[in-house]
Write a protein that binds this ligand. Structure first.
Ligand SMILES: [Zn+2]
Length: 293
């Protein structure tokens, strides 16, 4: 908890409140230099191998599914640049060299069968956010496989119990999805679970408070932004890596180039969700993506 991020935050607060103007300036410069090297958190889901059925098949799901071959190219692209793949926990403690944070949502079996071997081959880490209610279902990790992933040194995070939009559920259900799922994972692994990711990227202040109260130390969203020293640890951005993202697109994404354009799209979607509500928004989106054809 005493990595460069914490030190800089403390330095900057002290600079603002207690020291002379020159030192405030110095703290601000330091902050800006660090922000210049802010880290992109990447969000993956299930991986696809020819002939192997996916966990779900609707277009809204499949657009987040990459082929195993594309993911292999991404890992090779990082390695060729001398970049590292970090877990969320490592990044929050301050990382010593260039890299990205690699995360997987949902807890699909391909986390262990396809992603883990490729990451290990290149000495990279990652955080796998598991949905506890999916564990043991066809195509998802079993309890034993979650333990295996953890035993290999990867970080296990929580992605709720049943994957609802958390901003839509009542207080009791929210606690069960956030704190209940944490307790279940901790019981399975005999280890502390510190990081949470929001299903469907949906959250609000109430969700943030529930995650904080449950004892997590971070929460990731699906906001297209890199994370730096000033980013709220309970509102960390993550960039979705979409189906068909090849080596060129990946290089741009991992370096955080073009995120402003994605951010603009986010803003438009957020406005639409607010205006329509989550369920109507999903119906409209499904129609636009050709669901039901
Ligand atoms: Zn999910």
């Amino acid at each position: 908890m005493h990595g460069p991020v914490d030190r800089l935050q403390r330095g900057n607060r002290i600079g603002r409140s207690r020291f002379a103007a020159g030192e405030v300036w110095l703290a601000d410069v330091t902050l800006r230099v660090h922000m210049g090297s802010s880290t992109v958190f990447l969000m993956y889901h299930e991986l696809e191998r020819p002939g192997r059925p996916l966990c779900q098949t609707e277009p809204g799901y499949v657009r987040y599914i990459l082929s195993e071959a594309d993911f292999r190219e991404h890992v090779k692209s990082l390695a060729a640049r001398g970049w590292h793949g970090w877990s969320v926990g490592q990044a929050l403690q301050g990382v010593p060299s260039a890299g990205v944070v690699i995360t997987f949502d949902d807890g699909c079996e391909t986390d262990l069968l396809m992603a883990a071997p490729l990451l290990r081959e290149h000495g990279m880490n990652a955080t796998f956010y598991v949905t506890t209610g999916f564990v043991g279902k066809a195509g998802y990790l079993s309890v034993q496989q979650v333990r295996e992933l953890h035993g290999l040194g990867f970080e296990i995070g929580c992605h709720s119990k049943t994957h609802p939009y958390l901003s839509d559920v009542d207080t009791e259900r929210l606690r069960d999805e956030v704190a209940g799922a944490k307790g279940q994972l901790e019981q399975w692994l005999g280890a502390r679970i510190e990081h949470f990711s929001c299903p469907g990227g949906r959250y609000d202040a109430r969700v943030q408070a529930a995650v904080r109260d449950a004892g997590y130390t971070s929460m990731t969203t699906s906001r297209n932004q890199a994370n730096g020293v000033s980013t709220d640890r309970f509102e960390l951005g993550r960039v979705a890596v979409l189906r068909g993202t090849g080596a060129d697109g990946f290089e741009k994404l991992s370096a955080g180039r073009g995120l402003w354009r994605l951010n603009l799209g986010d803003e438009i979607r957020r406005t639409a969700k607010r205006a329509l509500g989550n369920s109507m928004y999903d119906r409209v989106r499904g129609a636009l993506l050709g669901e039901g054809k």
